[in-house]
Design a protein around this ligand. Sequence first.
Ligand code: PRX
Length: 629
Amino acid sequence: MTYSEFYRRSIADPSAFWAEEAKRIDWHTPFTQVLDDSKPPFARWFVGGTTNLCHNAVDRWLPTQADKPALIFVSTETDEERILTIADLHREIQRMAAVMQTLGVVRGDRVLIYMPMVPEAVIAMLACARIGAIHSVVFGGFASMSLGSRIEDATPRLIISADGGSRAGKVVPYKPLLDEAIRLSAHKPSAVLMINRGLTPFSSEPGRDHDYTALRASHLDAQVPVVWLASTDTSYILYTSGTTGRPKGVQRDVGGYAVALASSMKHIYCGNPGETYFSTSDIGWVVGHSYIVYGPLIGGMATLMYEGTPVRPDAGILWQLVERFKVTVMFSAPTAIRVLKKHDAQWLSRYDLSSLRSLFLAGEPLDEPTSSWISEGLGKPIIDNYWQTETGWPILTVAHGIDKTPTRLGSPGLPMYGFDVRLLDENTGQALGPNEKGVIAIAQPLPPGCMQTVWGDDDRFVKTYFSSIPGQQVYSTFDWGVRDSDGYYFILGRTDDVINVAGHRLGTREIEESINSHPAVAECAVVGVADPLKGQVAIGFAVLRDPTAAASSADRLALEGAVLAVVNQQLGAIARPARVYFVNLLPKTRSGKVLRRSIQAVCEGRDPGVLTTIEDASALTALREALVG
Ligand code: PRX
């Protein structure tokens, strides 16, 4: 079958199509209805069916590959290596699940996981899935305020954390940030479970904090059966940034997610049971959820979990791992490749990469020079894929499991099966033709695996995602795009205030709120500005309460340092702008809206155009002057 025929079937008759794909996973009770879309835009998949993600990821593979590696952990930060077979992983998950139960966790409870890239993080996620607890993993690079707002929203009974992580040889303590986050949050967890790696000392709160090693020791023989969940039950919440300062809890189901991942492993990633999958992402992001943890394991593959950077101990480390563990499918982000590009291309040909079939890149635009450099250096196909935390798996790419549709430089590819992708005019909602720029939207129903709702806020789900295109209730990706005459899409950046720094999605509003909390700042604007390495970096412009506070360049430097330190402490280094400039006023419309796109244009040296609505045009001149110092 050609891909276009496969795709057509998925759109013409989603129920028949997905009923077939659903055979890729184990069901405890078969579903009675493939799709319930009686309450649009909500789509409930495989209604009446019961299944379990942990069963499909682990137990299912016990009879055939108990002694095969399931979780391969390599840390070049701590020089550790651990290989857990399916049987080992099965045992460890039950130990963790038993400990969680002793701490009072029951089905439906939230468990927040704030962890570095260590096996216990994956074990904790799968233990939650096993007993029907809802995990919410928060990226370890986030600091106390980001973490606190997520604790408050998810109201976890238990938080699982560690003493620290390590980045480029530097230990990053987690516990003080966690303690501060709990202090900031109105909700308090009843227990905190600490994985002590022995990296850095930390203080414990008696009665609340527990040591995992000690508790695990009393549950070595634990047998915790899988809890069969409704397909439409919630498996996890993953927070992501949007237009407001308040992060959104993307809520995912059980059955739809399992089917979507199993299907993508087959048709898109072409991974087979017994092989090794290597994603360089982090469990704190959606790529980590789908393609470090659940996807590979559900597909019967070993997953390689790597704590470290792509250039330590040298720029060959990723390829050395590919050779050693015979990786067949690899997943990374363009920024990682641009980092490697600063090093000798010889590193790409130093190891035996014969096992590797393709390298998938996602999360940010893949520029053509980077794509060509890595493709030539490795001699392997590079496959761009475009998707979002909300969708859980690719919206646009090529499905080489179906046919060998060629890739096209600069384009992530074609709409994936199940995604009825439309290119629409933002003002009229009209469908656009080839080479016309519009908003990338997806007609209902969203396929299996996509977000079910915003955690605790159905209304926000509908208002945020399904109400921005005039005249129709379609899902907006908030990305601009164009399509060529062969149907290949090209992504042209976000329509909202979300920026993408090194493949990490950040909301400019969150950063603005953090900058505004510095007592010297009256107001500010943060924009994403093109950067050759990271894709984009955040740049801030702040108006001071007392402009004389930044009169001299020494004052400006000191104040900038102080403002950046606030962001660092509240949100984490990942959200810290590259620069904060001080100006006397921000370019705004007469109705007081900050002209972020004009600010961005000026920062990138582009012409902001004729701004008929600007209140005071001198604000742009002030901006230019601030930029040149
Ligand atoms: O703007 C798009 C960009 O990243 C956003 C989604 O980020 P996140 O929720 O973190 O999910 C990442 C999952 C891979 C999108 O709205 N983006 C993602 N992939 C691409 C991309 N932009 C261009 N090309 C891509 N391949």
